[in-house]
Design a binder for this molecule. Structure first.
Ligand SMILES: [Zn+2]
Ligand SMILES: [Zn+2]
Length: 256
C-alpha cells in the first residue's frame, strides 16, 4: 500500500502537537494554552474592577480615589482601623466557579488544579510593587501535615520564580486557629491577633506577602503586623482572590 507522505507527516506532527493540549480545568474542552483554562472560561472568570481601597474592596461612591502619598484611599471599613499592609492586589473574585477550583485543590486533593491556579495568580496581577522578598501565609504544622502541602507557599513559589525574587517561608503559626468561616471581621481580627511570628529578622526588607483567598483581611493584617515587628520596612499583599462581604454582594454565599 502506498503511503501518502505529506498526510503521514501531518498526522505525525498533529499527534506530537496534541500531546501539548490539555483539557480546560472548567469546561474540559481541549486547549492549547499553558494556563489550564480555555480562553472563554478564562475571560468569564469574575474579576474585581473599579476604584478599590487598599484592602481590595470597592470604594464607596463618595470617596475620592486620590491620595497624596501614592497609596489608595481607604474604604469606610479601613478608616476605622488603617491596615498594616500598603495594599492588597487580588485580581479575582472568590465565587463560583473559581471557589470550586480553590476548594477542590485545598480540601479535596485535586492536585491537577495547582498549575492552573498558580498560572492564574501570576498572569492576572497587574504590576508587582518593588519588593525584596516573597513570603507566604503559613499553615499551622498540623493542618499542613494533614493536607500534605501549603497551597499559599506553592502560589508564592510560582510568583517568586516568575518575578525572579527570593522566596522565604519565614512566618510561623504557633497555635492552630479554629475554622474562621462565618466569623465577622472584628471576631476574626481578635482571633488572629498575635497568631504569627517571624522566624528571622527582616530589617529594612520590603515584603510581598502571598495568600490564596483574602476573606476579611484579618489574616494578612496579622501576618503583616508580625513582619513589621520583625523589622520589615513595608508589606504589600498579593492574593489569588478576594471575598466580597455580604453587605456588598447582598448575599453570604459564594455565588456571584
Ligand atoms: Zn473552558
Ligand atoms: Zn478597605
Amino acid at each position: 500500500m502506498a503511503v501518502n507522505v505529506p498526510n503521514a507527516t501531518k498526522v505525525y506532527f498533529c499527534s506530537l502537537f496534541n500531546q501539548f493540549k490539555s483539557p480546560c480545568c472548567l469546561c474540559g474542552q481541549s486547549t492549547l494554552t499553558i494556563s489550564g483554562f480555555c480562553q472563554g472560561c478564562l475571560n468569564d472568570l469574575p474579576r474585581l474592577s473599579g476604584p478599590l481601597c487598599r484592602c481590595a474592596l470597592p470604594l464607596e461612591d463618595n470617596i475620592e480615589p486620590t491620595d497624596a502619598d501614592d497609596l489608595a484611599p481607604l474604604c469606610s471599613r479601613c478608616l476605622d482601623r488603617s491596615p498594616a499592609y500598603l495594599g492588597i492586589q487580588a485580581p479575582m473574585l472568590y465565587c463560583q466557579p473559581l471557589s470550586r477550583l480553590v476548594n477542590g485543590w485545598k480540601h479535596h486533593g485535586r492536585l491537577h488544579l495547582q498549575q492552573p491556579l498558580q498560572h492564574l495568580l501570576v498572569s492576572q496581577l497587574c504590576t508587582l510593587p518593588e519588593v525584596d522578598l516573597v513570603v507566604p501565609i503559613p499553615l499551622h504544622w498540623r493542618r499542613q501535615w494533614r493536607r500534605g502541602f501549603n497551597q499559599t507557599a506553592l502560589l508564592a513559589n510560582a510568583l517568586a520564580d516568575r518575578a525572579k525574587l527570593p522566596f522565604a517561608d519565614v512566618l510561623r503559626r504557633p497555635s492552630a486557629q479554629h475554622h474562621q468561616q462565618g466569623s465577622n471581621a472584628n471576631q476574626r481580627r481578635s482571633a488572629m491577633r498575635g497568631s504569627f511570628v517571624s522566624k528571622a529578622r527582616l530589617d529594612g526588607l520590603r515584603i510581598l506577602l502571598i495568600d490564596d483567598v483574602v476573606t476579611t483581611g484579618s489574616t494578612v493584617g496579622a501576618a503583616s503586623q508580625a513582619l513589621l515587628e520583625s523589622g520589615a520596612h513595608s508589606v504589600s499583599v498579593a492574593a489569588l482572590c478576594r471575598v466580597l462581604p455580604p453587605d456588598i454582594t447582598g448575599d453570604d454565599s459564594d455565588h456571584c
